[in-house]
Design a protein around this ligand. Structure first.
Ligand code: URA
Length: 447
Protein backbone atom coordinates (compact mmCIF):
# COMPACT_ATOMS: atom_id res chain seq x y z
CA UNK A 1 0.00 0.00 0.00
CA UNK A 2 1.16 3.57 -0.74
CA UNK A 3 2.10 5.63 2.28
CA UNK A 4 0.98 9.24 2.58
CA UNK A 5 3.74 11.82 2.43
CA UNK A 6 5.05 12.70 5.91
CA UNK A 7 3.37 14.96 8.29
CA UNK A 8 0.43 16.60 6.76
CA UNK A 9 0.17 20.18 7.86
CA UNK A 10 -3.32 20.19 6.49
CA UNK A 11 -5.43 17.62 8.40
CA UNK A 12 -7.60 17.15 5.31
CA UNK A 13 -4.69 15.19 3.82
CA UNK A 14 -5.18 12.51 6.49
CA UNK A 15 -8.88 12.25 5.71
CA UNK A 16 -8.21 12.17 2.00
CA UNK A 17 -5.55 9.47 2.30
CA UNK A 18 -7.82 7.26 4.42
CA UNK A 19 -10.76 7.95 2.12
CA UNK A 20 -8.64 6.67 -0.77
CA UNK A 21 -7.59 3.57 1.14
CA UNK A 22 -3.94 4.55 1.63
CA UNK A 23 -1.83 3.53 4.61
CA UNK A 24 -1.43 6.59 6.85
CA UNK A 25 1.93 7.91 7.89
CA UNK A 26 2.11 7.31 11.69
CA UNK A 27 3.29 10.88 12.36
CA UNK A 28 0.44 12.36 10.34
CA UNK A 29 -2.08 10.15 12.14
CA UNK A 30 -0.56 11.07 15.52
CA UNK A 31 -0.78 14.79 14.72
CA UNK A 32 -4.40 14.39 13.66
CA UNK A 33 -5.44 12.54 16.83
CA UNK A 34 -3.54 14.90 19.13
CA UNK A 35 -4.97 17.89 17.26
CA UNK A 36 -8.51 16.60 17.70
CA UNK A 37 -7.85 15.89 21.39
CA UNK A 38 -6.78 19.54 21.79
CA UNK A 39 -9.93 20.70 19.94
CA UNK A 40 -7.80 22.16 17.12
CA UNK A 41 -9.41 19.92 14.52
CA UNK A 42 -13.15 20.42 14.04
CA UNK A 43 -15.74 17.71 14.60
CA UNK A 44 -16.71 17.61 10.92
CA UNK A 45 -13.19 16.68 9.85
CA UNK A 46 -12.76 14.11 12.60
CA UNK A 47 -16.17 12.64 11.70
CA UNK A 48 -15.05 12.33 8.08
CA UNK A 49 -11.85 10.61 9.23
CA UNK A 50 -13.79 8.19 11.43
CA UNK A 51 -16.12 7.24 8.60
CA UNK A 52 -13.19 6.73 6.23
CA UNK A 53 -11.44 4.57 8.87
CA UNK A 54 -14.68 2.68 9.49
CA UNK A 55 -15.11 1.86 5.82
CA UNK A 56 -11.46 1.40 4.78
CA UNK A 57 -10.21 -0.11 8.05
CA UNK A 58 -6.91 0.57 9.80
CA UNK A 59 -3.83 -1.63 9.54
CA UNK A 60 -2.13 -2.97 12.68
CA UNK A 61 0.49 -0.22 12.39
CA UNK A 62 -2.18 2.48 12.05
CA UNK A 63 -4.20 1.07 14.97
CA UNK A 64 -1.07 1.00 17.06
CA UNK A 65 -0.20 4.62 16.14
CA UNK A 66 -3.74 5.77 16.88
CA UNK A 67 -3.73 4.00 20.26
CA UNK A 68 -0.36 5.51 21.18
CA UNK A 69 -1.53 9.01 20.19
CA UNK A 70 -4.66 8.69 22.32
CA UNK A 71 -2.52 7.64 25.31
CA UNK A 72 -0.14 10.53 24.58
CA UNK A 73 -3.03 13.02 24.53
CA UNK A 74 -3.10 12.96 28.35
CA UNK A 75 -0.99 11.86 31.27
CA UNK A 76 -0.39 8.25 32.17
CA UNK A 77 -1.13 6.85 35.60
CA UNK A 78 1.58 4.41 36.64
CA UNK A 79 0.02 3.90 40.10
CA UNK A 80 3.48 3.28 41.50
CA UNK A 81 2.19 3.99 45.01
CA UNK A 82 -0.43 1.22 44.91
CA UNK A 83 0.81 -1.75 46.90
CA UNK A 84 -1.67 -4.50 45.97
CA UNK A 85 -1.61 -6.42 42.66
CA UNK A 86 -3.32 -4.22 40.08
CA UNK A 87 -5.92 -5.49 37.65
CA UNK A 88 -7.94 -3.59 35.05
CA UNK A 89 -10.97 -4.93 33.21
CA UNK A 90 -12.92 -3.65 30.22
CA UNK A 91 -15.90 -4.75 28.20
CA UNK A 92 -16.28 -3.92 24.52
CA UNK A 93 -19.91 -3.08 25.22
CA UNK A 94 -23.19 -4.87 25.58
CA UNK A 95 -26.76 -4.68 26.82
CA UNK A 96 -27.41 -5.14 30.54
CA UNK A 97 -23.69 -5.64 30.92
CA UNK A 98 -23.00 -4.62 34.51
CA UNK A 99 -19.93 -6.85 34.88
CA UNK A 100 -17.47 -3.99 35.47
CA UNK A 101 -19.65 -2.51 38.21
CA UNK A 102 -19.63 -5.84 40.02
CA UNK A 103 -16.05 -6.76 39.18
CA UNK A 104 -14.28 -3.67 40.56
CA UNK A 105 -15.55 -3.91 44.16
CA UNK A 106 -15.46 -7.71 44.05
CA UNK A 107 -11.78 -7.76 43.05
CA UNK A 108 -11.02 -5.08 45.66
CA UNK A 109 -12.69 -7.19 48.35
CA UNK A 110 -10.34 -10.05 47.34
CA UNK A 111 -7.23 -7.98 47.98
CA UNK A 112 -6.61 -6.72 44.44
CA UNK A 113 -6.49 -3.10 43.27
CA UNK A 114 -8.69 -1.90 40.41
CA UNK A 115 -8.28 1.53 38.83
CA UNK A 116 -10.66 1.56 35.95
CA UNK A 117 -11.19 4.13 33.24
CA UNK A 118 -14.64 3.49 31.83
CA UNK A 119 -16.76 4.90 29.06
CA UNK A 120 -20.22 6.30 28.59
CA UNK A 121 -23.11 4.70 26.72
CA UNK A 122 -22.13 4.01 23.15
CA UNK A 123 -24.73 3.30 20.48
CA UNK A 124 -27.27 0.87 21.89
CA UNK A 125 -24.94 -0.26 24.70
CA UNK A 126 -24.88 1.07 28.24
CA UNK A 127 -21.94 2.93 29.77
CA UNK A 128 -20.50 2.35 33.23
CA UNK A 129 -20.04 6.09 33.85
CA UNK A 130 -23.64 6.95 32.99
CA UNK A 131 -24.81 4.17 35.28
CA UNK A 132 -22.69 5.36 38.20
CA UNK A 133 -23.86 8.94 37.70
CA UNK A 134 -27.38 7.81 38.47
CA UNK A 135 -26.18 7.68 42.10
CA UNK A 136 -26.70 11.25 43.36
CA UNK A 137 -23.37 13.03 43.92
CA UNK A 138 -21.20 10.35 42.27
CA UNK A 139 -18.16 11.96 40.59
CA UNK A 140 -16.42 10.25 37.68
CA UNK A 141 -13.93 13.08 37.00
CA UNK A 142 -11.09 12.18 39.32
CA UNK A 143 -7.63 13.68 38.88
CA UNK A 144 -4.65 11.30 38.83
CA UNK A 145 -3.57 11.88 42.49
CA UNK A 146 -7.10 11.40 43.79
CA UNK A 147 -7.57 8.26 41.70
CA UNK A 148 -4.35 6.74 43.01
CA UNK A 149 -5.09 7.64 46.64
CA UNK A 150 -8.56 6.11 46.40
CA UNK A 151 -7.29 2.90 44.81
CA UNK A 152 -4.73 2.48 47.60
CA UNK A 153 -7.26 3.22 50.36
CA UNK A 154 -10.46 1.58 49.06
CA UNK A 155 -9.07 -0.91 46.55
CA UNK A 156 -11.08 0.35 43.58
CA UNK A 157 -12.09 3.45 41.64
CA UNK A 158 -14.02 3.91 38.40
CA UNK A 159 -13.43 7.15 36.55
CA UNK A 160 -13.79 8.67 33.11
CA UNK A 161 -11.54 10.40 30.63
CA UNK A 162 -10.67 13.93 31.73
CA UNK A 163 -8.56 16.68 30.18
CA UNK A 164 -5.70 14.86 31.96
CA UNK A 165 -6.47 11.27 31.05
CA UNK A 166 -6.88 10.01 27.44
CA UNK A 167 -8.82 13.14 26.39
CA UNK A 168 -8.53 12.22 22.71
CA UNK A 169 -10.42 8.97 23.36
CA UNK A 170 -13.05 10.90 25.32
CA UNK A 171 -13.63 13.22 22.36
CA UNK A 172 -13.49 10.55 19.64
CA UNK A 173 -15.69 8.18 21.63
CA UNK A 174 -18.47 10.77 21.85
CA UNK A 175 -18.09 11.60 18.15
CA UNK A 176 -18.21 7.93 17.12
CA UNK A 177 -21.39 7.50 19.12
CA UNK A 178 -23.00 10.38 17.22
CA UNK A 179 -21.77 9.41 13.74
CA UNK A 180 -22.54 5.67 13.44
CA UNK A 181 -18.84 4.80 13.46
CA UNK A 182 -18.67 2.63 16.58
CA UNK A 183 -18.67 -0.94 15.29
CA UNK A 184 -15.17 -1.00 13.81
CA UNK A 185 -12.58 -3.47 15.11
CA UNK A 186 -9.58 -1.09 14.96
CA UNK A 187 -11.52 1.90 16.34
CA UNK A 188 -12.84 -0.16 19.27
CA UNK A 189 -9.41 -1.71 19.90
CA UNK A 190 -7.69 1.70 19.91
CA UNK A 191 -10.35 3.19 22.19
CA UNK A 192 -10.35 0.34 24.70
CA UNK A 193 -6.60 -0.17 24.76
CA UNK A 194 -5.74 3.55 25.03
CA UNK A 195 -7.67 3.60 28.31
CA UNK A 196 -6.00 0.41 29.49
CA UNK A 197 -2.46 1.38 28.48
CA UNK A 198 -2.77 4.81 30.12
CA UNK A 199 -3.18 3.13 33.50
CA UNK A 200 -0.48 1.05 35.13
CA UNK A 201 -1.76 -2.45 35.95
CA UNK A 202 -0.25 -5.91 36.26
CA UNK A 203 -3.06 -7.50 34.27
CA UNK A 204 -5.66 -6.32 31.76
CA UNK A 205 -8.78 -8.46 31.47
CA UNK A 206 -10.88 -7.91 28.37
CA UNK A 207 -14.47 -9.01 27.94
CA UNK A 208 -15.06 -9.03 24.19
CA UNK A 209 -18.74 -9.44 23.54
CA UNK A 210 -20.21 -11.40 20.63
CA UNK A 211 -23.84 -11.54 19.56
CA UNK A 212 -26.93 -9.50 18.82
CA UNK A 213 -26.30 -6.94 21.59
CA UNK A 214 -22.58 -6.50 20.86
CA UNK A 215 -20.79 -4.45 18.21
CA UNK A 216 -19.27 -7.73 16.98
CA UNK A 217 -22.19 -9.89 15.97
CA UNK A 218 -20.35 -13.22 15.71
CA UNK A 219 -17.73 -15.02 17.80
CA UNK A 220 -15.17 -14.97 14.92
CA UNK A 221 -15.48 -11.15 14.60
CA UNK A 222 -15.16 -10.83 18.38
CA UNK A 223 -12.12 -13.13 18.28
CA UNK A 224 -10.48 -10.80 15.76
CA UNK A 225 -11.10 -7.83 18.09
CA UNK A 226 -9.84 -9.83 21.08
CA UNK A 227 -6.63 -10.77 19.37
CA UNK A 228 -6.04 -7.19 18.18
CA UNK A 229 -6.47 -5.87 21.75
CA UNK A 230 -4.22 -8.55 23.24
CA UNK A 231 -1.65 -7.82 20.51
CA UNK A 232 -1.67 -4.08 21.34
CA UNK A 233 -1.02 -4.92 24.99
CA UNK A 234 1.84 -7.27 24.10
CA UNK A 235 3.40 -4.67 21.80
CA UNK A 236 3.41 -2.33 24.79
CA UNK A 237 4.91 -4.95 27.16
CA UNK A 238 1.67 -5.34 29.05
CA UNK A 239 -0.14 -8.55 29.93
CA UNK A 240 -3.71 -8.84 28.68
CA UNK A 241 -6.03 -11.81 28.34
CA UNK A 242 -9.41 -11.63 26.64
CA UNK A 243 -12.54 -13.73 26.88
CA UNK A 244 -15.05 -13.75 24.03
CA UNK A 245 -18.39 -13.90 25.84
CA UNK A 246 -22.01 -14.22 24.90
CA UNK A 247 -24.10 -11.15 24.11
CA UNK A 248 -26.82 -12.91 22.14
CA UNK A 249 -29.27 -11.66 24.77
CA UNK A 250 -29.07 -9.05 27.54
CA UNK A 251 -26.59 -10.40 30.10
CA UNK A 252 -28.51 -9.42 33.21
CA UNK A 253 -32.06 -8.17 33.28
CA UNK A 254 -31.70 -4.38 33.71
CA UNK A 255 -31.21 -2.08 30.72
CA UNK A 256 -30.84 1.50 31.88
CA UNK A 257 -28.78 3.43 34.39
CA UNK A 258 -30.41 3.47 37.84
CA UNK A 259 -31.92 0.07 37.00
CA UNK A 260 -28.44 -1.29 36.24
CA UNK A 261 -27.08 0.06 39.51
CA UNK A 262 -29.93 -1.56 41.43
CA UNK A 263 -29.18 -4.87 39.71
CA UNK A 264 -25.47 -4.50 40.50
CA UNK A 265 -26.36 -4.10 44.17
CA UNK A 266 -28.50 -7.25 44.01
CA UNK A 267 -25.58 -9.21 42.55
CA UNK A 268 -23.07 -7.73 45.03
CA UNK A 269 -25.42 -8.58 47.89
CA UNK A 270 -25.57 -12.21 46.72
CA UNK A 271 -29.31 -11.89 46.01
CA UNK A 272 -29.14 -12.25 42.22
CA UNK A 273 -27.75 -15.40 40.56
CA UNK A 274 -27.38 -15.92 36.85
CA UNK A 275 -25.13 -14.99 33.97
CA UNK A 276 -24.14 -11.51 35.20
CA UNK A 277 -22.89 -12.92 38.48
CA UNK A 278 -21.26 -15.89 36.72
CA UNK A 279 -19.24 -13.63 34.43
CA UNK A 280 -18.13 -11.31 37.22
CA UNK A 281 -17.00 -14.35 39.22
CA UNK A 282 -15.19 -15.77 36.19
CA UNK A 283 -13.16 -12.56 35.70
CA UNK A 284 -12.45 -12.14 39.42
CA UNK A 285 -11.28 -15.75 39.64
CA UNK A 286 -9.07 -15.29 36.56
CA UNK A 287 -7.51 -12.19 38.15
CA UNK A 288 -6.80 -14.11 41.35
CA UNK A 289 -5.20 -17.05 39.55
CA UNK A 290 -3.02 -14.70 37.48
CA UNK A 291 -1.97 -12.40 40.30
CA UNK A 292 -1.96 -14.53 43.45
CA UNK A 293 -1.06 -18.11 44.35
CA UNK A 294 -4.72 -19.22 44.20
CA UNK A 295 -5.56 -22.23 42.07
CA UNK A 296 -8.68 -21.85 39.83
CA UNK A 297 -11.01 -23.69 42.21
CA UNK A 298 -9.94 -21.73 45.30
CA UNK A 299 -10.12 -18.48 43.33
CA UNK A 300 -13.64 -19.21 42.23
CA UNK A 301 -14.76 -20.17 45.74
CA UNK A 302 -13.26 -16.98 47.16
CA UNK A 303 -15.04 -14.83 44.57
CA UNK A 304 -18.39 -16.54 45.20
CA UNK A 305 -17.94 -16.13 48.95
CA UNK A 306 -17.16 -12.43 48.69
CA UNK A 307 -20.51 -11.93 46.95
CA UNK A 308 -22.39 -14.04 49.48
CA UNK A 309 -20.84 -12.66 52.68
CA UNK A 310 -21.30 -8.96 51.86
CA UNK A 311 -17.62 -8.06 51.54
CA UNK A 312 -17.90 -7.09 47.85
CA UNK A 313 -20.98 -4.98 48.60
CA UNK A 314 -19.14 -3.22 51.42
CA UNK A 315 -16.35 -2.27 48.95
CA UNK A 316 -18.93 -0.93 46.55
CA UNK A 317 -20.37 1.30 49.31
CA UNK A 318 -16.86 2.50 50.16
CA UNK A 319 -16.12 3.31 46.49
CA UNK A 320 -19.41 5.18 46.10
CA UNK A 321 -18.74 7.21 49.25
CA UNK A 322 -15.16 7.99 48.23
CA UNK A 323 -16.43 9.34 44.88
CA UNK A 324 -19.03 11.59 46.50
CA UNK A 325 -22.07 9.35 46.05
CA UNK A 326 -24.62 8.35 48.65
CA UNK A 327 -23.43 5.00 50.08
CA UNK A 328 -26.95 4.11 51.23
CA UNK A 329 -27.39 2.95 47.63
CA UNK A 330 -25.69 -0.29 48.73
CA UNK A 331 -28.29 -0.99 51.44
CA UNK A 332 -31.44 0.20 49.78
CA UNK A 333 -30.87 1.32 46.16
CA UNK A 334 -34.31 2.81 45.61
CA UNK A 335 -34.03 5.05 48.67
CA UNK A 336 -31.34 6.90 46.70
CA UNK A 337 -31.91 6.29 42.99
CA UNK A 338 -34.55 8.11 40.99
CA UNK A 339 -37.48 5.99 39.88
CA UNK A 340 -39.30 6.70 36.62
CA UNK A 341 -42.90 7.91 37.06
CA UNK A 342 -44.43 5.25 34.77
CA UNK A 343 -43.74 1.53 35.26
CA UNK A 344 -45.61 -0.84 32.91
CA UNK A 345 -45.33 -4.62 32.62
CA UNK A 346 -44.06 -6.25 29.42
CA UNK A 347 -46.19 -9.31 28.65
CA UNK A 348 -45.36 -12.37 26.55
CA UNK A 349 -47.44 -12.21 23.34
CA UNK A 350 -48.03 -16.00 23.19
CA UNK A 351 -47.09 -19.34 24.72
CA UNK A 352 -43.69 -20.67 23.71
CA UNK A 353 -40.00 -20.98 24.36
CA UNK A 354 -37.70 -17.99 24.00
CA UNK A 355 -35.64 -18.90 20.94
CA UNK A 356 -33.75 -15.69 20.15
CA UNK A 357 -33.50 -12.17 21.52
CA UNK A 358 -32.44 -9.14 19.51
CA UNK A 359 -30.47 -7.51 22.31
CA UNK A 360 -29.51 -4.53 20.12
CA UNK A 361 -33.20 -3.78 19.53
CA UNK A 362 -33.77 -3.90 23.29
CA UNK A 363 -30.80 -1.58 23.84
CA UNK A 364 -32.22 0.79 21.22
CA UNK A 365 -35.61 0.70 22.92
CA UNK A 366 -33.78 1.79 26.10
CA UNK A 367 -32.06 4.63 24.20
CA UNK A 368 -35.48 5.61 22.80
CA UNK A 369 -36.74 6.01 26.37
CA UNK A 370 -33.84 8.38 27.09
CA UNK A 371 -31.44 5.98 28.84
CA UNK A 372 -28.78 6.70 26.16
CA UNK A 373 -27.84 9.43 23.72
CA UNK A 374 -28.83 10.06 20.12
CA UNK A 375 -26.67 13.17 19.70
CA UNK A 376 -23.48 14.12 21.53
CA UNK A 377 -25.20 16.80 23.57
CA UNK A 378 -28.16 14.69 24.73
CA UNK A 379 -28.58 14.37 28.47
CA UNK A 380 -29.09 10.86 29.80
CA UNK A 381 -32.24 10.11 31.78
CA UNK A 382 -30.99 7.95 34.64
CA UNK A 383 -34.41 6.78 35.80
CA UNK A 384 -35.79 5.20 32.64
CA UNK A 385 -35.09 1.81 31.14
CA UNK A 386 -36.22 -1.76 30.69
CA UNK A 387 -36.20 -4.86 32.84
CA UNK A 388 -36.32 -8.04 30.77
CA UNK A 389 -36.26 -11.31 32.64
CA UNK A 390 -37.00 -13.82 29.86
CA UNK A 391 -33.85 -15.61 28.71
CA UNK A 392 -33.18 -17.92 25.75
CA UNK A 393 -34.59 -21.36 26.59
CA UNK A 394 -37.22 -20.08 29.05
CA UNK A 395 -40.79 -21.22 28.62
CA UNK A 396 -43.29 -18.34 28.76
CA UNK A 397 -47.08 -18.24 28.72
CA UNK A 398 -49.27 -15.81 26.85
CA UNK A 399 -49.77 -12.58 28.82
CA UNK A 400 -47.24 -13.58 31.48
CA UNK A 401 -45.19 -10.56 32.69
CA UNK A 402 -41.63 -11.03 31.40
CA UNK A 403 -40.30 -7.62 32.39
CA UNK A 404 -41.14 -3.95 32.84
CA UNK A 405 -40.65 -0.63 31.14
CA UNK A 406 -39.69 2.37 33.28
CA UNK A 407 -40.61 5.52 31.39
CA UNK A 408 -41.50 9.21 31.63
CA UNK A 409 -44.85 8.83 29.86
CA UNK A 410 -47.38 6.12 29.16
CA UNK A 411 -46.91 6.52 25.40
CA UNK A 412 -43.14 6.09 25.72
CA UNK A 413 -43.69 3.01 27.90
CA UNK A 414 -46.12 1.44 25.43
CA UNK A 415 -43.78 2.05 22.49
CA UNK A 416 -40.80 0.56 24.33
CA UNK A 417 -42.83 -2.46 25.48
CA UNK A 418 -43.89 -3.17 21.90
CA UNK A 419 -40.28 -2.86 20.72
CA UNK A 420 -39.14 -5.34 23.37
CA UNK A 421 -41.88 -7.83 22.49
CA UNK A 422 -40.92 -7.55 18.80
CA UNK A 423 -37.29 -8.26 19.73
CA UNK A 424 -38.10 -11.65 21.25
CA UNK A 425 -38.65 -14.73 19.07
CA UNK A 426 -40.83 -17.42 20.55
CA UNK A 427 -40.66 -20.96 19.21
CA UNK A 428 -42.47 -24.22 19.84
CA UNK A 429 -39.34 -26.08 20.77
CA UNK A 430 -36.99 -25.50 23.65
CA UNK A 431 -33.50 -24.05 22.98
CA UNK A 432 -30.46 -24.65 25.16
CA UNK A 433 -29.06 -21.46 26.74
CA UNK A 434 -26.12 -20.11 24.71
CA UNK A 435 -22.58 -20.74 25.95
CA UNK A 436 -21.51 -17.94 28.29
CA UNK A 437 -17.84 -18.02 27.23
CA UNK A 438 -16.80 -18.84 23.67
CA UNK A 439 -13.08 -18.89 24.46
CA UNK A 440 -10.06 -17.12 25.93
CA UNK A 441 -7.34 -15.28 24.02
CA UNK A 442 -3.86 -15.19 25.47
CA UNK A 443 -0.80 -13.42 24.15
CA UNK A 444 1.05 -15.49 21.57
CA UNK A 445 4.28 -16.82 23.12
CA UNK A 446 7.44 -15.62 21.35
CA UNK A 447 8.52 -18.07 18.60
N1 URA B 1 -15.54 0.48 24.92
C1 URA B 1 -14.66 1.47 24.67
O1 URA B 1 -13.99 1.96 25.57
N2 URA B 1 -14.52 1.89 23.41
C2 URA B 1 -15.21 1.38 22.40
O2 URA B 1 -15.02 1.79 21.28
C3 URA B 1 -16.14 0.35 22.65
C4 URA B 1 -16.29 -0.08 23.94
Amino acid sequence: MVTTPPPANDPRDVVQAKRDGLELDPDALRAFILGYGRAEIPDYLAAAFLMAAFIRGLSTAETSAMTAAMVESGSTLPFAGVTRPKVDKHSTGGVSDGVSLVFAPLAASLGLAVAKLSGRGLGHTGGTLDKLESIPGFRVALGPPELEAQVERVGCAIAGQTPDIVPADGALYALRDATATVASIPLIAASVMSKKLAVGSDLILLDVKAGSGAFMKTPPAAAELASMCVGLATANDRRAVAAVTDMSQPLGSAVGNALDVAETVDVLAGRERGRLRDLAVLFAARALTELTADDPLTARERAERALDDGSALQRFAAMVEAQGGDPRVADDPWSVLERAPVIRPIRAPADGFVGAVDAEAIGRAGVGLGAGRVTKADPVDHAVGIVIRAKIGDRVSSDEPIGEVHARTIDAADLAASRVVAAIDLSDTSHPPPLLVHGWFEPTPPA
